[in-house]
Write a protein that binds this ligand. Structure first.
Ligand code: HDE
Length: 756
């Protein structure tokens, strides 16, 4: 027996079934060393679950590692086998009758391989198909027991593991990252009282007020059904036809046309729960909540021209950025902040908090910072984790609850439903990435792809045969819905209608627009111009401009002018005849430029242009200085490989201007050394590199030797008003350069159309 055990690969996941449940991973008496891929020590069980949840955070370590180790496979040093564990002798040739004879049906090795391959793809998400994920943890700052009994908020320093998936909405799974679109920001908290999914977006409002309209919205924005175009873009007739007929979308359109829709990085965008939720404390008292994620690296966006170019050179721009930040140890991090208000306060607001097209201005209800989230580990396998993760707006835990937002109600149904077709049955919660760390006990049984093996003959409740187990947790431990009142005023009965305040479609659209800086307002107008110029039916363009007039006459006029409209159409009739008196008419928090945010170069990518004949030492010094600040500097040359510097310093170019064009970088530094500058000036890519950096308002370091080169491309160190351009650093002032990069962009030089 021992000899056999030594010869046959031992499967430690089946240890107990084979009677080897001795915790040793190997059959008794065997000399086989346990395969390294599985270590039961980190497997999650009911006994050790508390070691995974609520422990102290260690940088680079993640508490979900343990539970996923159960299923991680590492094939190093292992034989190739079939799915039945049968060793495969030959993986090159199918089984044939004679060397030139027909292939045989009995070739189960080939058939298993091909059959599995045939079924590798699963349906992509109907929306948010394109996405990227990462593991991390949430750390609570202080107990929130005054307002909630929710597990992640019970004590200061408490750690809850998370898995986060960011996404675009419109494009297919293989589409580009930098489309103008809303970004999904979905967080799965593996709490010790079950999984809580906060399935949010990077914008705090939505297009529609009622779930009834969601399929229409998605049909309208997705590629048009007859020719399946355009991919990953809202700039087409059906989208604008729909939204111009749905004035409730105006506020969201402002966000979508703003730079928020083209984030620089997932790590530099905010996240929002969008709907009003509830928190509930031990005593059963509840308050309304809005969830905000604020990135510690600031909220930053791309320029539109930049986003368009990036989508060609690197469609995986955001995915790569997220991956590289985590691999490089510059862990993306957000603070979770809450807006907390009572139902009575909400009743008095000029807008309805059940209307997802409205936000609660931070000036009206300030943010309370309650914790931070750090993403510190990349997935091992994209499909198993990022693709199979199933978020669900219905996944709440004791201490949290829903509001009556009619959009949220539709979502509570939709997510679990969609997983059944996407993931092939009702047992998607058993997929390792979806399985809670908290133990699962119920009488649900069977279904496609069931993994659990429930023991015993009892699968019903109440029962006496299993001592009544699993038993009801009761109100003290279990989830209890808030007995919220259904109607604020008189009983209205069943209706298909909306409350009065839902009919104000423009006040907050105006608030958003008026809270932007002039530069941002221009970007919004330019985005409307671009999108509507792709609309082929003039009546749709006109209807949209007519609608915009109700939010901002100035914006509508600018867009009309941009579209070559000789006459501005009359404003669209308003649904609400009375004027709303908003509490807040200007909110600095809504602007990317005025909202307080970190100024940091951490995680930024800087191109140091180099070529034969440059001064190597200054380039190396700059590279080191940027690295010290947590930025990634790369030597970019006409060709990759060794650069022959004028001072004989060894310098390797790891990127070329061809494979990493300028717009992929946050800033540009030109080198010293006249001979090197000459080499660069002979390569047409250099001009594009410089022009794009200038046009996209990025920081550029211009040593004296490079002055003439950049001036030839139209780069000026002085703005038209005579002031120095704060983003053009002349000479070799590294500190000033780093500071300029930290400011993200220097829009002072921006013109429409661009000057270069
Ligand atoms: Fe979603 N949404 N949604 N949504 N949503 C999905 O669920 C839906 C809405 C959001 O990374 C789907 O698993 C309805 C608002 C994110 O896996 C689907 C309505 C917000 C993700 C679905 C909404 C979101 C989804 C498609 C209106 C911001 C990606 C695949 C009633 C608060 C999650 C899936 C991930 C995904 C339905 C509106 C965010 C079909 C019916 C509002 C971040 O179930």
């Amino acid at each position: 027996v021992n000899q056999m055990a030594a010869a046959v690969p031992f499967n430690p996941t089946k240890a107990s079934e084979h009677g080897f449940d001795n915790g040793l991973l190997v059959p008794p008496g065997s000399t086989v060393s346990p395969p390294s891929r599985l270590s039961t020590g980190s497997t999650l069980s009911e006994e050790n679950k508390n070691e995974k949840v609520g422990s102290v955070a260690v940088e680079g370590v993640n508490s979900t590692i343990g539970s996923l180790d159960r299923v991680r496979v590492d094939s190093s040093g292992q034989m190739l086998t079939t799915n039945q564990g049968v060793p495969i002798a030959d993986n090159q040739n199918s089984l044939k009758y004679g060397l030139r004879g027909p292939a045989l049906l009995e070739d189960f090795v080939l058939r298993e391989k091909i059959t599995h391959f045939d079924h590798e793809r699963i349906p992509e998400r109907i929306v948010h198909a394109r996405g990227s994920g990462a593991h991390g943890y949430f750390e609570c700052y202080e107990p929130l027991t005054d307002i909630t009994r929710a597990a992640p908020f019970t004590e200061a320093g408490k750690i809850t593991p998370v898995f986060v998936r960011f996404s675009t909405v419109q494009g297919e799974r293989g589409s580009k990252d930098t489309a103008r679109d809303v970004r999904g920001f979905a967080v799965k908290f593996y709490t010790d009282e079950g999984n809580w999914d906060l399935v949010g977006n990077n914008m705090p409002v939505f297009f529609i007020q009622d779930a009834m309209k969601f399929p229409d919205l998605v049909h309208a924005v997705k590629p048009e059904p007859h020719h399946q175009m355009p991919q990953a873009a809202s700039a087409h007739d059906t989208f604008w036809d729909f939204v111009s007929l749905m004035p409730e979308s105006t506020h969201m359109l402002m966000w979508l046309m703003s730079d928020r829709a083209i984030p620089r990085s997932y790590a530099t965008m905010q996240g929002f729960g969008v709907h009003t939720f509830r928190m509930v404390n031990e005593a059963g008292e509840s308050v309304f909540i809005k969830f905000h994620w604020n990135p510690i690296y600031g909220t930053h966006s791309l320029a539109w021209d930049e986003a368009v170019k990036i989508s060609g050179a690197d469609p995986d721009y955001h995915r790569r950025d997220l991956w590289e930040r985590i691999e490089g140890g510059v862990f993306p991090e957000w603070e979770l902040a809450l807006q907390v208000f009572t139902e009575e306060e909400a009743d008095a607001f000029s807008f309805d908090v059940l209307d997802a097209t409205k936000l609660v201005p931070e000036e009206l209800v300030p943010l309370r910072k309650v914790g931070r989230m750090v993403l510190n580990r990349n997935p091992d396998n994209f499909f198993a984790e990022t693709e199979q993760v199933a978020f669900c707006a219905a996944h709440v835990i004791p201490g949290l609850d829903f509001s009556n937002d009619p959009l949220l109600a539709g979502r509570i149904h939709s997510y679990a439903d969609t997983q059944i077709s996407r993931l092939g049955g009702p047992n998607f919660h058993e997929l390792p990435i979806n399985a809670p760390l908290a133990p699962v006990h119920n009488n649900q049984r069977d279904g496609m792809h069931r993994q659990a093996i429930p023991r015993g003959r009892v699968n019903y409740e109440p029962n006496s045969l299993a001592g009544g187990c699993p038993f009801q947790a009761g109100a003290a431990q279990g989830f209890v819905s808030v007995p919220a009142r259904i109607q604020a005023k008189e009983e209205q009965g069943k209706v298909r209608a909306k409350p009065e305040k839902f009919a104000d479609h423009y006040t907050q659209a105006a608030l958003f627009y008026e809270s932007q800086t002039k530069v941002e307002q221009n970007h919004i107008a330019a985005a409307f111009r671009f999108e509507l110029s792709k609309v082929t039916v003039p009546a749709i363009r006109e209807r949209m401009v007519a609608s915009l007039r109700n939010a901002s006459e100035a914006l509508a006029a600018q867009v009309a002018e941009g579209l070559g409209m000789k006459k501005i159409p009359p404003p669209l009739p308003r649904a609400l005849k009375t004027e709303t008196k908003p509490e807040v008419r200007y909110s600095a928090a809504l602007s990317l430029m005025t909202r307080p945010g970190a100024v940091s170069v951490k995680g930024r990518k800087i191109a140091l242009l180099v070529a034969d004949g440059i001064m190597g030492q200054t380039a190396l010094d700059l590279h080191a200085a940027l690295g010290m600040q947590g930025a990634t500097a790369r030597f970019v040359a006409p060709r990759i490989g060794l650069v022959e510097t004028a001072d004989g310093v060894r310098l390797d170019a790891d990127a070329s201007m061809e494979n990493e064009p300028g717009f992929l970088f946050d800033a540009l530094a030109l080198p010293e050394g006249p001979d090197g500058i000459k080499v660069l000036s002979l390569d047409g890519h250099t001009a594009e590199f410089i022009k794009d950096q200038y046009r996209h308002c990025k920081a550029i370091l211009v040593p004296d030797d490079a002055k003439a080169l950049v001036e030839a491309e139209g780069v000026r160190a002085v703005l038209p008003n005579g002031e120095p351009d704060p983003g053009i650093i002349t000479g070799q002032d590294i500190d000033a350069f780093i500071e300029a990069i930290g400011r993200h962009r220097h829009p002072e030089r921006e013109t429409d159309p661009p000057s270069v």
